[in-house]
Design a protein around this ligand. Structure first.
Ligand code: MN
Length: 749
């Protein structure tokens, strides 16, 4: 907030990229493992050339962002290639520097990382759930190639979030939501605690500024008290550990704002109701000392039952290790103590990046993650998505979505996303229906498996096919988990059966006709066949054969009809000629009817062909609403709901008589419709966030969400896209359940 004010002060000193770079270089030369500073400087010079003249929103040279991103990469402990790539991360996107140019100067690894970051940057985020999933999938794929792409993307996002104050409110909101939904969880899964906290707090600042300020200002007020408390606990622990001869460093901190915010939300408390604002960390040299410290803490303070967690013997999937316990201090205030070794501490702070560093240290030369590791990493990441961390409601919301899914690899390394419980059959049909229909065997991770094997995250699945495969069997329908696989199997049956049935039916009919001295070819004449088909309600001869084949029509009945028709046509050729005329007339009529009833934007307008249709803004009807049309002057037919106030009033107006016409929805509507809702609620912190969360979890396609405060009462205007009225009422029902919401109405009512 101060930054925005600063922005208006003209003489504010803008960051200077050269100064920043000098500082970065000084830091790099102080790092333990040697880096090629000439190469890094060359990257800086290239970025400088490329971004020449480009400015950021705050007016500073764009290059400052590149250096800042590289600085964060250094904070993360990344390798030389990563720092080079961080400096160049926006060059492919925003300058005329090409992949080839980077590759020539800095090698393929750097060029590929920059390319990967560019691809992620180009992914457009809208808060549509399915597109978000797609983004995540793309990211996972990118991870499978080179994890550094993600690490640099997180560094890039972190710097952008730090400097978000200069962006428009819309951009602040959308970037914050994206950060909260994608980047913070990613950082979490990668074990990068620090980055995750910062991303969350920065996002919260824009998503719920009031809630954020409420917490920070009350924390500020409480600070002297909290600091005194933390000091006294720290001193007590330190003294006791000294007595026991354990070498330890003790740190205390206030929990990050978003974790407090979440707790306030989940327990519906204000800040005064939250006791464990402080956390302590004891860092020791050895694992046995971790357990010694734990015993001492439990001896000093009363442990809260059920809160002891040993992540040393069972590390979290993101490699996090520590022992946690919550105890109650002499003041009656509970607090958490985490004990870990220094090595564990680095991993906890920097996650995968720390591991990266260790790996590099081991064998220096190898900078790429080996192929084996490639899959192991993704597998672990995916497993960590299913871990349930009860504290984390917002993440859980997103993680739950992953619990329904499983990610597996094709032999080529493509990530295929299937519903949980999916089998090789689902996998095969997701590649192509031909692969499914010709499947004869499957292997997972090189081992042959049965068709009902349940695929696990990270499995590499290979399908064996054969041209002479017998095709799916009926019980595949029970084994397949995905709707699309089942549909494809059913299609196969329908199609296979149909061909079979047509053939059988035709043979049966030919047989029956032969008994009557008629050859099938004689009746296969279109003119003769048409009235018979019409009387028997079939669209084509094939349909009739198929029906005979499966027993829906007896061959005797069909043969008799055909015989009758044959006799009639021979008897009265004139009448046949007349028939032809009337049939043609009938056909024309049918065609006209079909054309007229062609829906426009999902709406059928009685008696009007091809007219302009628009949906009235006063009541925003959606499919399923009873509707009525109004013939406007020159703007086609506007569609209103039958319960729209405008319609109810104006339909009585004699001046407009005859302009209201019947309209109806088409049977099959694929598009989505804009509609709007007004939500009334008692205002509270986090309300808008809750609404956004509910809408997100419902997959609602939200277009706008505007909140207005009306003396403690919030009015929130939401426009969204829905498929039909059922979906809309489901959403309304869920919105009504949000605490504080008093009423949700559709507009026009
Ligand atoms: Mn960038």
């Amino acid at each position: 907030m101060e930054e925005t004010m600063e922005n208006q002060v003209p003489e504010r000193k803008l960051p200077d990229p050269d100064e920043m770079y000098t500082r970065l270089e000084a830091r790099l030369s102080g790092i333990g493992h040697p880096m090629d500073l000439k190469r890094i400087r060359a990257a800086y010079e290239l970025a400088k050339r490329g971004h020449e003249g480009q400015k950021r929103k705050d007016g500073s040279p764009y290059l400052t962002h590149c250096v800042a991103t590289a600085e964060i990469a250094v904070d993360f402990g990344l390798d030389e290639d990563s720092i080079v790539a961080a400096l160049l991360h926006d060059t492919i996107e925003d300058t005329d520097i090409t992949h080839d140019e980077i590759e020539r100067q800095f090698g393929a690894a750097v060029a590929d990382i920059v390319d990967g970051v560019t691809k992620l940057t180009r992914v457009q985020y809208t808060s549509k759930e399915d597109e978000q999933m797609e983004n995540l999938r793309k990211m996972l794929m990118a991870m499978a190639k080179d994890i550094r792409v993600i690490l640099i993307k997180i560094a890039d996002r972190l710097h952008n979030m730090r400097t978000m104050a200069y962006q428009s409110p819309e951009k602040q909101r959308s970037k914050s939501l994206e950060t909260m939904e994608i980047y913070a969880p990613l950082a979490h899964r990668l074990g990068m605690q620090r980055a995750k906290w910062e991303l969350e707090d920065l996002s919260l600042q824009y998503l719920d500024p009031d809630g954020y300020r409420e917490i920070t200002s009350s924390l500020e007020q409480k600070m002297p008290q909290l600091e005194a408390f933390m000091d006294s606990v720290k001193r007590k622990i330190q003294q006791r550990l000294d007595e026991e001869g354990i070498h330890a460093s003790i740190f205390s901190r206030i929990k990050h704002v978003y974790s407090i915010y979440r707790k306030m939300y989940a327990q519906k408390l204000n800040l005064d109701g939250i006791f464990d604002l402080c956390a302590f960390r004891v860092i020791v040299d050895t694992i046995p000392d971790c357990y010694n410290v734990l015993g001492i803490i439990h001896d000093m303070f009363k442990p809260v039952p059920g809160r002891f967690k040993d992540y040393i013997s069972t590390p979290k999937p993101n490699m996090y290790q520590s022992v946690h316990t919550t105890v109650i201090g002499t003041e009656g205030i509970p607090f958490e103590v985490q004990t870990r070794t220094w090595e564990m501490h680095h991993t906890a702070e920097y996650g995968i990046a720390a591991h990266w560093k260790y790996k590099m240290g081991d064998n220096g030369a190898s900078l790429r993650v080996g192929d084996e590791d490639k899959f192991a990493w993704v597998r672990r990441l995916l497993e960590s998505q299913q871990e349930s961390d009860a504290q984390d409601f917002f993440h859980n919301l997103k993680i739950d979505m992953f619990a329904d899914e499983v990610f597996v690899f094709s032999p080529k390394g493509d990530v295929i996303n299937l519903p949980a419980g999916a089998t090789p059959i689902d996998f095969a049909y997701s590649i192509h229906s031909d692969v499914g229909n010709h499947m004869v065997g499957a292997s997972v991770n090189g081992r042959i498996v049965t068709f009902d094997y349940v695929l696990q995250n990270g499995d590499i699945v290979e399908i064996r096919t054969s041209k002479s495969a017998p095709g799916p069997s009926r019980d595949w329908l029970n084994v397949a988990q995905s709707g699309s696989a089942r549909t494809k199997i059913k299609q196969w049956f329908k199609k296979e059966r149909r061909d079979e049935n047509i053939e059988r039916g035709r043979a049966m009919l030919a047989d029956e006709l032969r008994h009557n001295g008629v050859a099938l070819e004689e009746v296969l004449d279109e003119e003769l066949m048409a009235p018979v088909l019409k009387r028997l309600c079939f669209n084509s001869p094939e349909d009739m054969f198929a029906a005979i084949g499966y027993g829906g029509l007896t061959a005797v009945r069909a043969a008799n009809r055909l015989k009758d028709e044959l006799a009639r046509s021979a008897k009265d050729e004139k009448k046949t000629a007349l028939d032809k005329v009337s049939q043609a007339a009938e056909r024309r009529e049918q065609q006209a009817a079909r054309r007229e009833s062609k829906p426009i934007q999902g709406i059928l307008v009685q008696g009007l062909d091809n007219c302009l249709v628009k949906f009235s803004r006063c009541c925003t009807p959606v499919p399923g609403d009873p509707v009525v049309g109004f013939i406007t002057r020159g703007q086609g037919v506007s569609i209103h709901r039958q319960d729209c106030e405008n319609y109810i009033h104006r339909s009585q107006d004699p001046a407009e008589e005859g302009r209201w016409i019947k309209v109806s929805w088409a049977d099959e509507i694929s598009e989505r419709y804009n509609t709007s809702l007004m939500l009334f609620a008692q205002d509270r912190s986090g309300l808008v966030m809750d609404i956004a969360t509910v809408l997100n979890s419902l997959n609602a396609k939200v277009r706008t969400l505007n909140a207005r405060d009306n003396g403690g009462n919030a009015q929130i205007y939401i426009t969204l896209e829905v498929q039909n009225v059922q979906e809309l009422y489901f959403i309304i029902g869920k919105l009504n359940q949000i605490s504080g919401v008093t009423e949700v109405t559709r507009n026009g009512q």
